[in-house]
Structure formats: C-alpha cells, structure tokens
Design a protein around this ligand. Structure first.
Ligand SMILES: C[S@@+](CC[C@H](N)C(=O)[O-])C[C@H]1O[C@@H](n2cnc3c(N)ncnc32)[C@H](O)[C@@H]1O
Length: 254
C-alpha cells in the first residue's frame, strides 16, 4: 500500500512555528506516555554499545538527552535536525555525554560513510516522507553513514492491528491531536498535517519490509500501547564478518 498525505507548507516552516510548544503539546497529547516510550526506545538502542551515536530529526533533543543519560563513558552524540528553532531548544538541554548539534537534512547527511555505531529517530519518520521510495532512499542514506554492524532504532506512531483499536486511534488523531495541537500552538495547518501523517503512516510489518528493502538486516519490532506506536531495531550487516565466517550481525538485545 502506498500512502500519501498532502503537505501544504514546507515542514521547516511548520516546525519553526510550533517549536516553542512542540514538546509540552506532545506530553499533553500522549498523557505523558511519549516520555516513557523514548526512555524505553533509548535503552533498546543503547544496548548495542559503540562510541558515536547520531540522533536524526532530533527536534528539541528529548531522545538525544535520553541517550546521553545512559551512554557508556566515552560515547559521543550528534543531534541533527533541519529546523533551526527546534534545534535551538535541543541546545539548551542538559546532556550527560558530549553532544554536538548539526543543522542538516536526512536525505544528504553531512557525514562520511561508516561513521556511526547507532542512528536513532523518534516520531519523525512519517515527517521525512510517506512515499515508500523516498523512505527507502533515506534509510539507505542511514546505512551509508553507519559502520558495518551498526544499528538503527526507529520509534514512531504505527497502525494498531486490531481494527477497533485502529479506529479509536484514528478518531483520537482527528478529534484530539488536530484540535488540541491547533489550540496550543495557534498553527492550524501544522497539527492538521501531523494528525494526518499519523493516520496515514505504515503499520509495523510494512515499515519492517521497507527497512529490509533498503538493505537492513535483523529487523525486529516491539509494539507499544496496542500498536499505536512501535520501536523498530535494524542492523547494517557486517559483510567482512560474514566473509570471515563470523556472525553477520551483532545480536539485538533489549
Ligand atoms: C515530530 S518532530 C520529532 C522530534 C524529536 N525526535 C522527538 O522525539 O520529539 C520531527 C522533527 O524532524 C525534523 N525533520 C523532519 N524532516 C526532516 C528532514 N528531512 N531532515 C532533517 N530534519 C527533519 C523536524 O524539523 C522536527 O524537528
């Protein structure tokens, strides 16, 4: 299934407009559940170790901050986003690991290949694009900058499998997310777009298939709140280890 959402305004403009209220509005809309989901996703992502981690579409830096709290000594973090106002909120966050901030676009990451042990993204994949082709190309860009054996963690809203739960979820996005977001931010089109992107995003198996098509191996999924959100973990296969007869990926834990 190919899903499409009409984006009337450039996303950078939308995020510039809602940056000051984005984080608090999220906590209201999820009744605070998003905090726990980020913590849980960060723990799963961090379990594989490594010394250089990249959080893309970092926004106000909540995932980067969670990662910094559990990063082993010696780990460095990079938080990347294309919205200057969102990133300026991230810069004010107390980070427990050395963190640098990068203004950049995920389609063309400003890093050489094979650089990172871990890439994370939270609640932003559906913003990159809903087209299967564009998402595949973006995941290939993530693969380019990951080291062999490096991991990708994706935390995103999803589609509950149960049709009744899915119906209630869609009703919630249409009635609550759209209206409360608009009231709190003053942005009519911003939260209309965000609510529509939640309804139209892929289910867990579809997203797993896109990750595999892009070239990721060992894709695993953990559903949250009856499938309203999900954590995908995926690995860049280590071809050299495969050739030498060692396991081709590190085991996924967490
Ligand atoms: C819904 S917010 C998520 C922020 C944060 N990761 C979180 O967990 O709350 C989406 C973020 O992705 C950024 N973004 C969207 N598309 C992007 C792209 N193509 N390149 C870089 N950043 C992008 C936006 O600027 C925004 O800050």
């Amino acid at each position: 299934m190919e899903v499409k959402t009409k984006v009337r305004r450039p996303l950078q403009e939308i995020y510039g407009e809602i940056a000051d209220v984005y984080e608090a509005t999220n906590h209201v809309l999820t009744l605070g559940l998003d905090r726990g989901w980020r913590r849980r996703a960060a723990r799963r992502a961090a379990a594989g170790g490594g010394t250089l981690w990249l959080d893309v579409c970092s926004g106000t830096g909540e995932m980067a901050q969670n990662l910094s709290r559990i990063a082993p000594a010696g780990t460095r973090l990079v938080a990347l986003d294309f919205s200057r106002p969102m990133l300026s909120h991230a810069r004010t966050k107390a980070m427990d690991a050395p963190t640098s901030f990068s203004l950049g676009e995920v389609a063309h990451l400003p890093f050489p290949e094979g650089r990172f042990d871990l890439i994370t993204i939270s609640f932003a994949t559906r913003n990159i694009n809903l087209s299967r082709e564009i998402l595949t190309a973006t995941f290939r860009e993530f693969l380019r900058v990951l080291k062999p054996g490096g991991r990708f963690m994706n935390l995103e809203t999803s589609q509950p499998r149960n049709s009744l739960v899915r119906g209630l979820f869609h009703l919630y996005t249409a009635l609550v997310v759209r209206r409360v977001g608009r009231r709190r931010s003053g942005s009519r089109s911003g939260y209309a777009y965000l609510a529509a992107s939640m309804r139209n995003f892929y289910g867990t198996e579809e997203l797993a298939a896109i990750l595999r098509t892009a070239g990721f191996a060992s894709v695993s999924v953990k559903q949250l709140l009856l499938g309203a959100s999900a954590i995908h973990l995926a690995v860049k296969a280590d071809v050299s280890a495969l050739e030498s007869g060692e396991p081709k990926t590190r085991p996924l834990t967490g």
